[in-house]
Write a protein that binds this ligand. Structure first.
Ligand SMILES: *[C@@H]1O[C@H](CO)[C@@H](O)[C@H](O)[C@H]1NC(C)=O
Ligand SMILES: *[C@@H]1O[C@H](CO)[C@@H](O)[C@H](O)[C@H]1NC(C)=O
Ligand SMILES: *[C@@H]1O[C@H](CO)[C@@H](O)[C@H](O)[C@H]1NC(C)=O
Ligand SMILES: *[C@@H]1O[C@H](CO)[C@@H](O)[C@H](O)[C@H]1NC(C)=O
Ligand SMILES: *[C@@H]1O[C@H](CO)[C@@H](O)[C@H](O)[C@H]1NC(C)=O
Ligand SMILES: *[C@@H]1O[C@H](CO)[C@@H](O)[C@H](O)[C@H]1NC(C)=O
Length: 259
């Protein structure tokens, strides 16, 4: 057992290490005013969130969103929460102003024609341009990628050398085994027991593919977590609140280790 005096010293040094941050960096923000800025990057509206005391960064994170995109408060706050951990974050508008609203989705809008308007070729083009901007104008050398739901398909597509170096995905939708098989960099995966888009069969398959390809990976399964839990949760359901916070921490510790 650790003697009490050493334990107290340990705790004291921990609290000093955390005191420097403006926001508690390890806690994902669910409410409040976003702190980032919009920038038009070659015609792509992009939300940039800066780390405290930002000057330049050799490491940065590309945030590939769900279908709710830039207008959703939780997406901006997720970017800000990552930035509070000392990462510059860029979150491009993948849909050229045509994101879905939560109200539309809850009303049961048929998304067939929306998906047809935003095919992989178009999303790939936007992602490629923003990565080019990060590595070019911003001088970023190591690019991390986070992808939620819709965006969870695109991090793997670019995690093949040259695009994204290190990835984190949560409850991906439309992710194929071929895309998982193409992953060449470290990847962390967050899945929920209530998510039909990436169910336990898909999760196990992804794990065996990554393992047999000798990819550095981690995967966590969150009980009681529905599709979208990394972004939008019901704040009255403890399992959902836990899943969002723990998967955020999963992403941050992953980038701290591998990016
Ligand atoms: C940012 O700079 C201010 C002023 O120099 C300093 O007080 C603060 O601790 C710095 N914050 C971080 C996170 O380094
Ligand atoms: C963004 O910049 C492009 C030129 O790069 C311009 O054509 C477009 O109108 C701008 N969009 C906005 C919303 O400012
Ligand atoms: C959605 O719309 C497409 C055509 O745009 C149609 O083929 C499909 O059956 C519709 N799906 C539902 C669930 O209504
Ligand atoms: C997961 O989804 C696939 C395809 O939609 C299906 O074949 C499989 O049975 C599902 N697995 C579970 C555990 O529900
Ligand atoms: C797996 O990767 C590690 C380094 O990441 C390497 O040392 C090892 O030889 C690789 N194993 C196989 C079977 O390729
Ligand atoms: C959130 O969860 C509570 C408790 O289960 C439930 O009463 C409420 O209807 C839920 N809210 C939404 C918007 O689903």
């Amino acid at each position: 057992m650790m003697p009490m005096r050493r334990l107290i010293l340990c705790l004291a040094s921990l609290s000093t290490a955390y005191a420097a941050y403006t926001f508690p960096p390890r806690v994902v923000r669910n409410t409040g005013v976003p702190t980032g800025q919009l920038k038009n990057i070659s015609g792509i509206q992009t939300y940039l969130s800066y780390p405290p005391n930002y000057t330049t960064s050799t490491k940065a994170i590309l945030h590939i969103t769900d279908i709710f995109g830039l207008p959703l408060l939780e997406n901006k706050l997720l970017a800000d929460s990552l930035a509070a951990n000392d990462y510059l974050v860029l979150m491009p508008d993948l849909f050229a102003g045509d994101a879905i609203s939560v109200e539309q989705q809850e009303a049961g809008l048929n998304l067939t024609s929306w998906f047809a308007r935003h095919p992989p070729s178009e999303i790939d083009r936007v992602v490629k341009m923003i990565i080019g901007y990060m590595r070019g104008e911003l001088g970023v050398e190591r690019v991390g990628g986070v992808g939620y739901c819709f965006g969870g398909k695109y991090v793997p597509r670019f995690l093949t050398g040259g695009g994204i170096d290190v990835g984190f995905i949560a409850h991906p939708s439309g992710l194929t085994e071929g895309e998982v098989g193409g992953i060449g960099g470290p990847v962390s995966v967050a899945a929920g027991t209530l998510d039909a888009s990436f169910n336990s069969t898909a999760k196990s398959r992804a794990e065996s593919i990554l393992n047999s390809n000798n990819v550095t990976f981690q995967s966590n399964l969150y009980y009681g977590a529905p599709h979208g839990f990394g972004v939008r949760v019901n704040q009255s359901v403890p399992q959902q609140v836990y899943a969002k916070q723990a998967s955020f921490l999963q992403a941050v510790t992953w980038f701290d280790a591998w990016l």
